[in-house]
Design a protein around this ligand. Sequence first.
Ligand code: DX5
Ligand code: ZN
Length: 219
Amino acid sequence: TSPILISPSILSADFARLGEEVRAIDEAGADWIHIDVMDGHFVPNITIGPGVVKALRPHTKKPFDVHLMISPVDQYLNAFAEAGADILTVHPEAGPHIHRSIQHIKSLGVQAGVVLNPGTPAKMLDYLIDDVDLILVMSVNPGFGGQSFIANQLRKIEAIRKMIEKSGRDIRLQVDGGIDFTTAPLAIEAGADVLVAGTATFRGGASAYADNIRTLRGG
Ligand code: DX5
Ligand code: ZN
């Protein structure tokens, strides 16, 4: 089995000190940095644009895992790649053409991820799985940190783990939303190998980050 990676969501960081916060989670053992991009249209919140991603890039060498919750998305892919994203993850629900968006991401030389909202079935992946590097299962509805884990998404994670095995491809299975010390082991057990955690990483201040990340990973 592949090792578990932790991708802290900086949505729960102190936005006035983002550079320092990114350095702190890097030193605390984060594998990737999860950056939530929201447009106030696809989701009911507004966060970070390519300018902030670019400003953060010198603060760490860890991969930038950029979760795009924006619609339309295609016109912004180049800007996020140029800003330093290593992985760009897009929602089929944001439309209009998910296959085109994935091809576009790959043409930029960065890794392509597809993300399914809680109400979107695993079947959505049937004609996308051959082209993606990462599949993200949302275990909350996108838009905000600090929401409760939706338990029936564990079944979806199990189903997608089987699809990945059947594909024979090296695809990461990520889970995002409500991941804490209780739900992390459930997600891992169901087959997830990358955990996004905002609240559970940043809780307790900088001196707690390393312990938080270690506990989420499974000790
Ligand atoms: C929600 C975001 C998540 C969020 C997770 O739309 O995609 O990445 O920051 O926050 P927690 O871990 O607090 O649920
Ligand atoms: Zn996210």
